[in-house]
Design a protein around this ligand. Structure first.
Ligand code: SF4
Length: 380
């Protein structure tokens, strides 16, 4: 396969963007072109690509020998943007990004370097082949590339594992050493961001597109039903401490992948305040990378833990200190403030006090009583 054909299949590559522009100079020209009967097969392929994202099955990229296939991806984006459902957009971003990550695993270093430097405008250099890297200290020989730290930081904070924290990386004069599989993840993560946060000026969609939009809207009514927001009474959510509220909102938005620590903290908390396992599974079912079996297993594991000291089942919810260490306390991070946080050491203690305040008739909104009756446990 020629190098150009190899690059054309990546929708964000310079080759794919230039070819798209040559075939249709803007989105209006694109929909006009795709509305011609001889091009309807491309809209059909775009629809199939979205169905794959909805069902979280593998996206198959077309063979680019017919160069018009570069239009399938922008057509799929147009349809999803017209539907304007954040959950659908998150699924599309996740599926497209996973596909790129899978395909990059089979590419040689040169393709990866070209995509980084020419398509994404990053500064990435190879560290040489294996023989050349033999000159390096043993601990650095497995790094095939180096990337400027500012490019690394465009995507790395989206990943939660410790290896993605700059402090845990080998950095030399602003260059971060990186392995090929890690660079693949950065590239696919960047592509995910492009879909999630990119903006398209939608033209009026003609008949063939309108039909596709209608069919997919019908499809997601059934398929995404399980992701409808869980109904929690106003009283319960309004007693959530800021940390739990943030994790809960992130999870329900379907646009953020919670870290393992956040999932554990949220699950343990929700189970302890009386939610059923089914209800907790639904809260996590929104995540773009949700693997239902794994979530059900984790929630079941947390729920079934038995304490030797009490009859209560389930893990004790993570305490404030641990949440602060893991950057999961928005008060500690200075993003928000609630006076009650100064008097508690666990989000559960916050919840029971705030729920009691709300249950009074009329509800207690003046929190000055904390200073008189409670002992300060933390300061921010
Ligand atoms: S202080 Fe504790 S309860 Fe309050 S937001 Fe932070 S972790 Fe949550």
């Amino acid at each position: 396969m020629s190098r150009v054909l190899q690059l054309l299949k990546y929708p964000f590559s310079r080759e794919a963007r230039q070819t798209s522009l040559r075939l249709a100079r803007d989105l209006k020209a694109l929909v006009d072109l795709l509305n011609k009967p001889e091009n309807h097969y491309l809209v059909e392929e775009a629809e199939n690509r979205i169905y794959s994202a909805i069902t979280q099955s593998e996206i198959t990229y077309p063979d680019m020998r017919d160069e018009k296939h570069v239009l399938v991806y922008p057509a799929a984006r147009l349809i999803v943007e017209e539907i304007n459902n954040p959950r659908l957009r998150a699924l599309q971003a996740e599926a497209e990004s996973k596909t790129v990550n899978r395909l990059l695993a089979d590419e040689d270093n040169e393709v990866l370097e070209t995509l980084c430097n020419e398509a994404l405008g990053w500064n990435v250099e190879t560290m040489g082949n294996l023989q050349e890297r033999v000159q390096l200290p043993l601990s650095l020989r497995s790094f095939e590339f180096r990337i400027r730290f500012e490019n690394f930081l465009e995507v790395a904070p989206d990943f939660h594992a410790d290896e993605w924290k700059l402090i845990n990386r080998y950095v030399d004069k602003g260059w971060v050493l990186i392995r090929k599989r890690e660079l693949n993840r950065l590239v696919s993560g960047k592509f995910r961001q492009i879909i999630m946060f990119g903006h398209l000026d939608l033209p009026k969609l003609p008949q063939r597109f309108a039909e596709a939009v209608q069919r997919i809207e019908e499809e997601i009514k059934g398929k995404l039903r399980k992701f409808e927001p869980l109904k929690i009474t106003g009283q319960v959510t309004s007693a959530f401490p800021p940390c739990i509220q943030k994790m809960y909102d992130d999870s329900m938005s379907g646009q953020v992948n919670l870290s393992h620590d956040a999932r554990f903290a949220l699950a343990a908390f929700l189970l302890r305040i009386g939610m059923t396992e089914d209800e907790v599974n639904k809260v996590f079912g929104h995540s773009p990378d949700s693997d239902n079996r794994q979530i059900v297993y984790q929630v079941d594991h947390i729920a079934s833990k038995r304490s030797m000291k009490s009859d209560t089942t389930g893990y004790t919810p993570t305490g404030c200190k641990k949440l602060q260490t893991n950057n999961l306390c928005p008060v500690y991070l200075g993003l928000t403030y609630d006076p009650l946080c100064e008097y508690v050491l666990n989000p559960l203690a916050f919840y029971s006090t705030r729920a009691w305040e709300i249950s009074r008739e009329p509800p207690i909104t003046n929190h000055s009583w904390y200073a008189k009756s409670k002992e300060k446990k933390q300061s921010f």
